[in-house]
Design a protein around this ligand. Structure first.
Ligand SMILES: [Mn+2]
Length: 353
């Protein structure tokens, strides 16, 4: 069987609508990762070059992890200003499961009843389908994989910079082609992007082998604070606000460090608790083997993918650890995970990672 027979085809109405679009703003989710940045930047870059029309990307600069800043330079697209959200013909939201997760100007956030202009491209199964056109493919490795297919559908040129943006998203969302979403399709597209001019070693060096001193100090805390429970089935670590600040880091530096507790043998659930500010804790959850963590995240008002989810918890670091780890133990104890209807979510917003 040719693996490419499983490729994802963009809906014809999305292709038609993007051909007729006069101007667009692309945006992704808060706490941006390489997949949402790559998808938004690549779409804006390739579409505007192809149509010769205006495309701008909205990103909150201070929230971009240091190791991903190169993507903005690579894309070289116009950065959106607040007024673009009113003026643009279309707003394309990528890799974002619900409106409250979208990275956008504050005053626009109340404007979601007007979904006539919104196109929604994503691979989160929790996506609430909030656009006029929704293209949601849960078994796509990444939103960048979908944007790659979309650019093909539109017959846009994929130049080496666009290819590198898309590759970066696929590479990181698949954990360097190591997670269960590493499909034949994802590998085929990565190979095609390499033929289009991507250097896989350059991308890996930028995203995996370019840890700065502050981020390295942060990693030391994360290793030091790692604990295991339930005979090693649960591994978690914590970063207090004080440790974050003393390392010289800020919340944007919390990215994929949940991979530290996750890397231990026998782990079914890995978690990283980061006190991003006093009284506000970001929790990254990962499920290993077949363990799903989306339900655990949803129980506390979060969401994400089945095996990679997150929560923003309002409360102290200790309380967050206590409640979520206890819920994780309970979940592993049950063969059939159940939801507790009495549980009141403490979180104020959800978070993929
Ligand atoms: Mn993604």
């Amino acid at each position: 069987m040719n693996a490419r027979t499983n490729r994802h085809h963009p809906p014809a109405e999305l292709i038609d609508a993007l051909r007729r679009t006069r101007s667009m703003v692309c945006c992704g989710h808060v706490s941006p990762d390489a997949d949402c940045l790559g998808a938004a930047l690549a779409l804006a870059r390739a579409w505007s070059a192809y149509t010769n029309r205006d495309a701008a990307v909205w990103v909150t600069e201070r929230c971009i992890p240091a190791r991903l800043r190169f993507m903005l330079d690579l894309a070289n697209v116009r950065r959106a200003v607040d007024a673009d959200f009113e003026a643009a013909d279309r707003i394309v939201i990528v890799d974002t499961s619900q409106p409250s997760r979208a990275d956008q100007p504050k005053q626009h956030a109340a404007n979601w009843n007007d979904n006539q202009r919104i196109f929604n491209i994503d691979h989160h199964f929790t996506n609430t389908c909030f656009g006029q056109i929704d293209w949601i493919v849960e078994n796509a490795s990444s939103t960048c994989e979908l944007v790659y297919e979309l650019l093909h559908g539109l017959q846009c040129d994929i130049d080496p910079s666009t290819a590198a943006l898309l590759y970066s998203g696929i590479y990181t969302d698949t954990g360097g082609f190591s997670l269960p979403n590493t499909t034949a399709n994802a590998l085929h597209i990565a190979a095609e992007l390499t033929q289009l001019g991507v250097s896989p070693s350059d991308i890996a060096e930028r995203v995996d082998r370019s840890v700065g001193q502050p981020q390295f100090e942060l990693l030391k805390h994360i290793y030091q604070n790692t604990r295991t429970l339930a005979d090693g089935a649960i591994a978690f670590s914590t970063v207090s606000h004080d440790e974050l600040v003393r390392s010289g880091c800020d919340p944007s530096d919390i990215d994929d460090q949940v991979n530290v507790p996750r890397s231990m043998a026998g782990v079914a659930i890995a978690a990283l608790f980061t006190e991003v500010e006093p009284g506000r804790v970001r929790i990254n959850l990962r499920g290993e083997s077949s363990t799903e963590v989306a339900g655990l995240a949803q129980r506390f008002g979060g969401g994400g993918h089945r095996q990679a989810a997150g929560v923003i918890y309002s409360g102290s670091l200790d309380e967050a650890v206590d409640r979520i780890i206890n819920a994780a133990i309970e979940m592993l104890d049950q063969t059939e995970p159940t939801t507790d209807a009495d549980e009141q979510p403490q979180a104020i917003e959800s978070n993929r990672s």
